[in-house]
Design a protein around this ligand. Structure first.
Ligand code: AG3
Length: 285
């Protein structure tokens, strides 16, 4: 053990340690151990079961890339479903799109939402008060069993902002879950998932891509490098029966400007480039 450091042992042979300048919160919720501490480089850091979920310093990369890529690629997304995302960062970025009329966010752990509002207010930045947001405290795997009629319609974009496939998040990586999520997509809808860092968590990507291959006409992953998800770029799974992946740079640029988004990582060029996959990643899918 390293006193004064938060040691993450998500991987068998590799650990990362973050210095705890101030411990702000440490408790067990109904579902997981939740901790928040401050680190001078990354700001406040949220861990669940000792795995880094988000940090004030680098969360923008993850949240911008998981929301703006599918929403701008879709081009007319009105209804978005977020599975997980209790800290509110994904809802915040999604609701930046004036064209998005409705967001349903399904989080299993009310403790994470309540706690994030207090200890990580910059993550949600008011998103929980947006009248377009419908927050549901439920198991995402159960929620997707519902039919679209009972949900007021299908969704144009579904974002799975989960933990890693250990603990409560495990069911969000199954073929059954992906199939049910797909059934809730409108025509041309896009499913985007958090698939870990391929260099460190190869089987996770392989498993999701195998499932997507069977479900979607267009399936792949795209990449973004998030410093505290150590080990190289993270993979975001992408599945759709539409053509959104082929939207050209000029059109994406026009949509981005029309949306008037102020971003810190996302640009239309980064969007296009994120789909360029190194050979070792291709080999996992
Ligand atoms: N959800 C993704 C956590 C992934 C951590 N995994 C890892 N280091 N491989 C984060 C929730 C942010 N809203």
């Amino acid at each position: 053990t390293m006193p004064g450091w938060a040691v993450e042992t998500l991987h068998e042979d590799y650990a990362q340690a973050l210095r705890i300048a101030t411990l702000l919160y440490d408790s067990e919720t109904e579902h997981q151990r939740l901790r928040v501490f401050r680190n001078p480089t990354f700001g406040r850091i949220l861990t669940l079961d000792d795995v880094v979920q988000t940090t004030e310093g680098d969360e923008f990369i993850y949240h911008e890339m998981m929301s703006h890529v599918p929403i701008l690629a879709h081009g007319a997304a009105r209804r978005v479903l977020i599975i997980g995302g209790g800290d509110g960062g994904m809802a915040r970025e999604t609701l930046r799109h004036a064209s998005v009329e409705h967001v349903t966010m399904v989080e299993i752990d009310a403790g994470v939402v309540e706690f994030s509002k207090t200890y990580l207010p910059s993550l949600s930045a008011g998103a929980f008060d947006d009248p377009r947001l419908n927050l549901v405290i439920a198991d995402g795997a159960e929620f997707v069993r519902r039919d679209r009629e009972s949900l007021g319609g299908g969704f144009d974009v579904i974002i799975v902002d989960s933990t890693d496939p250990i603990g409560p998040g495990e069911v969000l990586f199954t073929d059954t879950f992906y199939g049910r999520a797909k059934a809730l997509l409108n025509e041309g809808g896009i499913l985007v998932t958090q698939n870990g860092v391929p260099f460190m968590q190869g089987p996770e990507l392989t498993n999701t891509m195998r499932a997507f291959k069977a479900l979607f006409r267009d399936w792949t992953c795209y990449l973004a490098t998030i410093p505290t998800y150590a080990g190289g770029p993270m993979a975001m799974g992408w599945g759709t029966d539409g053509d959104a992946r082929n939207v050209g740079l000029d059109e994406l640029t026009a949509r981005f400007e029309r949306a008037g988004l102020e971003t810190r990582y996302y640009t239309p060029e980064v969007h296009k480039a994120a789909f360029a996959l190194p050979r070792y990643v291709q080999s996992l899918m």
